[in-house]
Design a protein around this ligand. Structure first.
Ligand code: CMC
Length: 374
C-alpha cells in the first residue's frame, strides 16, 4: 500500500475540538480542561454531563435546573414502551438502544431544528430516556414488569432501580457512577467520529447518535467491555489465567480489553476504574476477579508490552454488580451520549462536510457487453 494512504486514519488530525484532550505522553485525559480522575473523585456523573455539554462545571442552581430537566424527560411515550415490548427478546440491547433513539427522533417535536439551543434540549432528552428504554428491555426480556423511572434518584441510582427494583449500597452506585464519568468522552474515537461525520452533512442529532451507537457496538470499540467478561468467564479461575493468556498469545489472538489506538503506554482511565473495580470486589467478597485481572495484566505487559484499556476493569465491575453482560456496552452508550452530543454541537458550530478520498484499485474502464453476450 502506498505511503499516501493513511488506513484507519492513523495519526491524522482531522479537526479541532474543545471537548476533551487525550494526552498519551503523560497518560492524562481532560474534559473541558478538568482531569477525568479529579471529576471522578469530586463530582457526580450529572455534573460531568453538564460540564461536557455546557463547557463548564455547574453551580448548585445550574445543576438543579439541569437535573430537573433530565428527570422530567425520563419517561417514554406509550408507543415507545409498546415497541420495546414487541422487540425480539434475543435482540442485543445495543440494537434496542439504537432503535429506541431512532424512534425518539421520530417522536421529538424539534427533530428538524439543529440550532444549538434545540440540540441541547434534545441531547438532555436522549440522555434522560435512553436508560429508561434499556431498563425496560432488561425487564421485558426476563418476563418482568417494567419499572418506571423515579425522580428522586440520580441517573446511576435510577438505572439500578429500573433494572432491579432496588438501589444497591452507595459504594456500588459510586463505582457505577465513576464508570459513567470515565466513559463520557474521549475525543475523536470511532463512534464520535461517526457522529461528527453524520452531522457534517447537516443531519440531525438523533440520526447522528443512532449511527454512533451502531459504531460503538463493535468489539474493537465499546463492545470490548462485554468481550472482556466473556473471556474471564471462559478462563473461569485465576489458576487457569496464565495458561489461557499464553495460549491466546501463541495463537496470535487479540486479547479483549488490551491495547489502544492512542494510548500506547497505558490508558489514563484505567487506574481510577481499576481502583473502583478492586473496591467492589472487596466489598462483595469476590477476589477471583482482581486476581485474574493482575495475572492477565502482568502477562500482557511482560509478553507484549500492551496495557489494559478502560474496558478491562469495567467488564468485571459490572459483572460483580449482577448486570447482564450484554448491557455493558449499552451502559457506555448511556454515558457517551454526553460526549457525542457535545461533538455534534461543535461540528454544527463550525461545519465542513467530512468527505475523504480513496485510491481506486479496481478494474480499469471496461466495455459493457449486452446481457445475451455475457
Ligand atoms: N491483544 C493482542 N495483541 C494486540 C492487542 C490485543 N488486545 N492490541 C494490539 N495488539 C497487537 C496487534 O496484534 C499488533 O501486533 P503486530 O504489530 O505484531 O501486528 C500491534 O499490537 C498493534 O496493534 P493494532 O491493532 O495495529 O493497533 P491499533 O491501534 O490499530 O488497534 C485496538 C487498537 C484497540 C483496535 C487494538 O488494540 C485491539 O484490537 N484491542 C482489543 C479490543 C479492545 O479492547 N478495544 C477497546 C478499545 S479502548 C475503549 C474503546 O474505545 O471502547
Amino acid at each position: 500500500m502506498s505511503d499516501d494512504i493513511k488506513k484507519g486514519l492513523l495519526g491524522i488530525v482531522v479537526d479541532e475540538t474543545e471537548v476533551s484532550k487525550v494526552m498519551p505522553e503523560i497518560n492524562s485525559l481532560t474534559y473541558r480542561g478538568y482531569a477525568a480522575q479529579d471529576l471522578c473523585e469530586y463530582c457526580r456523573f450529572e455534573e460531568v454531563a453538564y460540564l461536557i455539554l455546557n463547557k463548564d462545571l455547574p453551580n448548585t442552581i445550574q445543576l438543579r435546573k439541569f437535573e430537573k430537566e433530565e428527570k422530567n424527560n425520563r419517561d417514554l411515550s406509550k408507543d415507545l414502551y409498546s415497541i420495546i415490548k414487541k422487540m425480539p427478546k434475543k435482540s442485543h440491547p445495543m440494537d434496542v438502544a439504537r432503535t429506541a433513539v431512532s424512534i425518539m427522533g421520530l417522536e421529538d417535536k424539534e427533530t428538524t431544528d439543529s440550532s444549538e439551543e434545540a440540540n441541547m434540549r434534545k441531547a438532555i432528552r436522549i440522555l434522560a430516556k435512553t436508560p429508561t428504554a434499556l431498563a425496560a428491555f432488561y425487564r421485558i426480556r426476563k418476563g418482568k414488569n417494567i419499572i418506571k423511572p423515579k425522580k428522586n434518584l440520580n441517573i446511576a441510582e435510577n438505572f439500578f432501580y429500573m433494572c432491579f427494583g432496588k438501589v444497591p449500597q452507595k459504594e456500588i452506585v459510586k463505582a457505577f457512577d465513576v464508570s459513567l464519568i470515565l466513559y463520557a468522552e474521549h475525543s475523536f474515537n470511532v463512534s464520535t467520529f461517526t457522529a461528527r461525520t453524520i452531522t457534517s452533512s447537516l443531519s440531525d442529532i438523533h440520526g447522528a447518535i443512532t449511527g454512533a451507537i451502531a459504531s460503538l457496538k463493535g468489539p474493537l470499540h465499546g463492545g470490548a467491555n462485554e468481550e472482556v467478561m466473556h473471556m474471564m468467564n471462559k478462563i473461569k479461575s485465576p489458576n487457569n489465567a496464565l495458561k489461557w493468556i499464553n495460549n491466546a498469545l501463541d495463537k496470535k489472538e487479540v486479547v479483549m480489553g488490551f491495547g489502544h489506538r492512542v494510548y500506547k503506554s497505558g490508558d489514563s482511565r484505567v487506574p481510577t476504574m481499576k481502583h473502583y473495580m478492586f473496591k467492589v470486589a472487596k466489598l462483595l467478597n469476590k477476589d477471583k476477579y482482581p486476581k485474574m485481572y493482575e495475572i492477565l495484566e502482568n502477562e500482557m505487559l511482560s509478553k507484549k508490552n500492551i496495557h489494559p484499556n478502560v474496558d478491562f476493569p469495567c467488564g468485571p465491575t459490572y459483572y460483580m454488580m449482577g448486570i447482564d453482560i450484554d448491557f455493558y456496552t449499552p451502559i457506555f452508550v448511556m454515558s457517551r451520549i454526553t460526549g457525542w452530543s457535545a461533538h455534534i454541537m461543535e461540528q454544527h458550530a463550525s461545519n465542513k462536510l467530512i468527505r475523504p478520498l480513496s485510491k481506486y484499485k479496481g478494474e480499469e474502464v471496461r466495455e459493457v457487453m449486452l446481457l445475451n453476450q455475457r
